[in-house]
Write a protein that binds this ligand. Structure first.
Ligand code: AMP
Length: 441
């Protein structure tokens, strides 16, 4: 299938061609025609499936015929709510990129930066507002935003907004919008609260489900390195020194992220930390440096990393396992995107055995457990408890191992030494390039 058949204007197709997108992803193929046909939509899709374009493209198309009304300042006609500032910034990037030839005005509204420029932008007139719920409520209270002309509302990563305690804010925003509007809800999972929200605020939504909930792209290789807690940092350094690829490292705490980034820098690696205690400027700069390659290692907490869109991130390392198994899926969503291969490495100490068991249970797939020479733990991990059923330290899985890797995966970061696990078996699930799913409109 090509984008030409989906009913998008030449101006949008031209912008897409510049992105070298040759075909719509499954979520795009399923959602674009439904949105263009004015349906409300509940879409189950995780980050990395192309969901941003799945709502941005038809949204732009729907606003387009009435765009560019010169003269009086324009009231916003579309509102996109996102859980985090970073995701809001990334969504606006997409709005700008795809809308390059149709002249829509958009702005982001989020906390951590001054209200002044946002008020100015709203006063000058906007077509599309991309906002986080908290700051939008601030503007509503100060009457600096007028939502009376909203025709389309998008709730992006609705499950994360709920997790972050935004339900009251979301309800407040929803209640303030015109009833005659189109509502699009995107979420990786559909908890009962989300379904309740949909029942209350949506009109006979069409449902599409892309990828099983709690699944990760089948182009990601998962690997666990058992290690004693006190040797984790040295193991991380060892891995990073021997693999030059851009790496996102997850830490459980803000303090831990800062400390680890500092230690990596002292060890001679270019690293930065991103977490909720950093100012918006610091977060933006760290992300930009990482995207440009100036920084090779970004150390992040779960909340800060939510929705980060880093093209084709090749490697994610869990320095600490997440406390909640679902967060493993969100973390790994940053790699193996749009068919590219990705590697998810977890450094697991004995104290984290239970967490690893939970993750394996959730993923419903085995994870290769491999000791790294010189870093084997004092005793093996025990993974045969509840939810485990594991056979430690061996390659497992229903499919035979495949060893194909992209050539750049072999480049050394340091002095040309082998990757820590370079001579071990590597496994890639699926045939490569495959999309996770089938769409069911
Ligand atoms: P998202 O799920 O919206 O975070 O998108 C994940 C990544 O896929 C982004 O880097 C997009 O630029 C990219 N992408 C989106 N749609 C397509 C497409 N049709 N073809 C290739 N890449 C795409």
């Amino acid at each position: 299938m090509s984008f030409d058949t989906l009913g998008l204007s030449p101006a949008l197709l031209r912008a897409l061609a510049e992105q070298d997108y040759t075909a719509p992803t499954p979520i795009q193929a399923a959602s674009i025609p439904l949105v263009l046909a004015s349906h409300d939509l509940m879409a189950g899709a995780q980050t990395g499936t192309g969901k941003t374009a799945a709502f941005t493209l038809p949204l732009l198309e729907r606003l387009y015929p009435n765009g560019r009304r010169d003269g009086t300042p324009r009231k916003p006609r579309a509102l996109i709510l996102t859980p985090t500032r970073e995701l809001a910034a990334q969504v606006q990037d997409s709005v700008r990129t795809y809308g390059k030839y149709i002249g829509m005005k958009s702005a982001t509204i989020f906390g951590g930066v001054g209200m002044g420029p946002q008020i100015d932008a709203l006063r000058r007139g906007l077509d599309i507002v991309v906002a986080t719920p908290g700051r939008l409520i601030d503007h509503m209270q100060q009457r600096t935003v007028d939502l009376s002309a909203i025709e389309i509302l998008v709730l992006d990563e609705a499950d994360r907004m709920l997790d972050m305690g935004f339900l009251p804010a979301m309800k407040r925003v929803l209640s303030a919008l015109p009833k005659a509007r189109q509502t699009l809800l995107f979420s990786a999972t559909f908890a009962p609260e989300i379904k309740a929200l949909a029942t209350q605020f949506m009109r006979e939504p069409q449902e599409i489900q892309i990828a099983k909930p709690n699944s990760v792209a089948n182009t990601v290789t998962h690997r666990v390195h058992p290690v004693d807690a006190e040797a984790k940092r040295d193991l991380l350094l060892h891995l990073l020194r021997n693999d030059a690829r851009q790496t996102l490292v997850f830490c459980r705490t803000k303090h831990g992220s800062d400390k680890l980034a500092r230690q990596l820098e002292i060890a001679g690696l270019r690293a930065a930390a991103i977490h909720g205690n950093k100012s918006q400027n610091q977060r933006t700069r760290a992300l930009a440096d990482f995207k440009s390659g100036r920084v090779g290692v970004l150390v992040a907490t779960d909340i800060a990393a939510r929705g980060l869109d880093i093209d084709q991130l090749p490697m994610v390392i869990n320095y600490d396992l997440p406390m909640v198994a679902e967060d493993y899926v969100h973390r790994i969503g940053r790699t193996g995107r749009a068919g590219a291969e990705g590697l998810a490495v977890s450094l697991v100490s004995h104290a984290e055995e239970g967490l690893l068991r939970d993750i394996r249970k959730l993923l419903k797939q085995d994870i290769a457990i491999e000791d790294v020479e010189g870093f084997a733990p004092s005793r093996p991990l025990r993974l045969d408890g509840p939810g485990g059923g594991a056979r430690p330290r061996q390659q497992q899985g229903p499919r035979p191992p495949q060893h194909a890797r992209r050539p750049h995966a072999q480049q050394p970061r340091g002095n040309g030494g082998d990757h820590a696990a370079g001579n071990k078996k590597r496994r890639r699930r699926g045939g490569g390039g495959g999309k996770p799913v089938a769409a069911k409109p």
